[in-house]
Design a protein around this ligand. Structure first.
Ligand SMILES: NC(=O)c1ccc[n+]([C@@H]2O[C@H](COP(=O)([O-])OP(=O)(O)OC[C@H]3O[C@@H](n4cnc5c(N)ncnc54)[C@H](O)[C@@H]3O)[C@@H](O)[C@H]2O)c1
Length: 359
């Protein structure tokens, strides 16, 4: 299925786009693979507000198509429903594009462990093929969104900067490391620049919330007064608000070439390096009577604190949202019953099940 919207100069014929000289001349067209998930729509909105043409390409693994409706009124917004592993989809997706942002994939340790075959097809073979297809296109920038999970488990007294040894523990992070390497190996061989952004764990309100991520999951369980069992409460992770991630991507598109060319950046801020216990204690300020239990030796051994000096100094990026801000906004949204359908649409609100290829 191919949705489209006319955007000033952009027209489609037989699903192909032709650009006529008019208002959008000179505007950058950013194709966002995976723009229909948790983070993507926030990025799309920010870029549209800043005058970019935005094309979201997504196969909507979690049934999040309706989220796109909130963007359809924006001039310059287009949607292509398709698979990044399908060369025909990618060909259409790249037509006229000046820049690419890659968010697409099977995201998270649990789902990649549950569906190793889909993981291979999407995160390994699919991404590799997509990267191959970028060559020869008239692109300026390719932004690949990776993860701080690549650092895996690090010792208590250490903080990972971008040169820190990568020890990916999961299939998910291993595929991210592989894709990073493949993209960085293109240095000097392409006419576009590559930027790798290793994202912290996301929090914050979005049209497709993910209640399978630590902060949102904890806030919801505690708001429901369900007993929350917190494994390995003293393990560290960095977190970052989805609006701040949109700002990072925007900065990476606008920064001068010399600053970002084939560079890797941890994306987040030190103030949001938190342990799980610190998160729970912050939520308790809002929900003091929530029942909590702690247990060591849980199923997810990841423990990493991350250094964000490079992104602060090079891209001038500092998160604007604290973890407490994110908790407060989510708690307010839950109190106002803004997610009345969670129990009926569990898979929309988290990465739990997939059918691939989508039927
Ligand atoms: N959410 C986080 O905490 C976090 C942390 C670090 C890195 N990241 C990275 O940020 C990106 C976005 O994360 P998110 O939380 O929005 O994930 P998400 O699962 O909500 O979104 C991913 C989107 O990609 C789409 N997709 C999957 N396979 C596809 C394919 N083959 N072709 C086209 N579309 C496909 C899915 O349908 C989904 O809409 C991912 O690359 C993820 O690895 C996220």
């Amino acid at each position: 299925m191919y949705f489209h919207q006319k955007c000033g100069s952009v027209e489609y014929k037989n699903n192909l786009m032709s650009t006529k000289p008019s208002k959008s001349q000179g505007k950058r067209l950013v194709t966002i693979f995976g723009g229909g998930g948790y983070i993507g729509p926030i990025v799309a909105r920010r870029l549209l507000n800043s005058g970019y043409i935005v094309r979201v390409v997504d196969l909507f693994l979690y049934g999040s198509q309706n989220v796109m409706l909130g963007l359809m009124d924006a001039p310059g917004f287009e949607v292509l429903n398709g698979d990044h592993a399908n060369p025909n989809t990618v060909k259409k997706a790249l037509m006229g594009a000046t820049d690419v942002v890659i968010l697409s994939g099977l995201v998270g340790d649990p789902i990649t462990k549950k569906y190793p075959g889909v993981h291979r097809a999407v995160n390994d073979v699919g991404i590799s093929r997509l990267i191959d297809q970028l060559d020869g296109q008239k692109l300026q920038r390719v932004i690949f969104v990776s993860t701080c999970s690549n650092y895996g488990f690090i010792r208590e007294n250490q903080v990972a900067d971008e040169n820190f040894e990568l020890k990916p523990l999961s299939l998910y992070a291993k595929a991210k490391v592989k894709a990073e390497k493949k993209l960085l190996a293109l240095n000097g061989k392409t006419n576009f620049d590559v930027v790798i952004l290793r994202f912290a764990t996301a929090f914050g309100l979005a049209p497709r919330m993910r209640f399978d991520l630590t902060i949102s999951q904890f806030v919801r369980q505690m708001a429901l007064k369900n007993k929350l069992l917190v494994y390995d409460p003293d393990t560290w992770r960095p977190y970052c608000h989805v609006q701040d991630f949109a700002a990072v991507i925007h900065n990476a598109l606008e920064a001068p070439n010399r600053a970002i060319k084939f560079e890797v950046f941890n994306a987040g801020g030190e103030a949001n390096n938190y342990t799980k216990r610190m998160i729970v204690e912050t939520i308790l300020k809002f929900i003091p009577d929530a029942p909590i239990a702690y247990q060591d030796h849980g199923p997810d051994p990841r423990n990493y604190r991350v250094d964000f000096t490079k992104i602060r100094e090079t891209l001038n990026f500092e998160p604007t949202y604290t973890i407490e801000d994110g908790i407060q906004e989510l708690f307010s949204a839950l109190k106002e019953n803004l997610f009345p359908d969670i129990e009926h649409r569990l898979n929309f609100y988290g990465n739990y099940q997939v059918k691939y290829p989508a039927s």
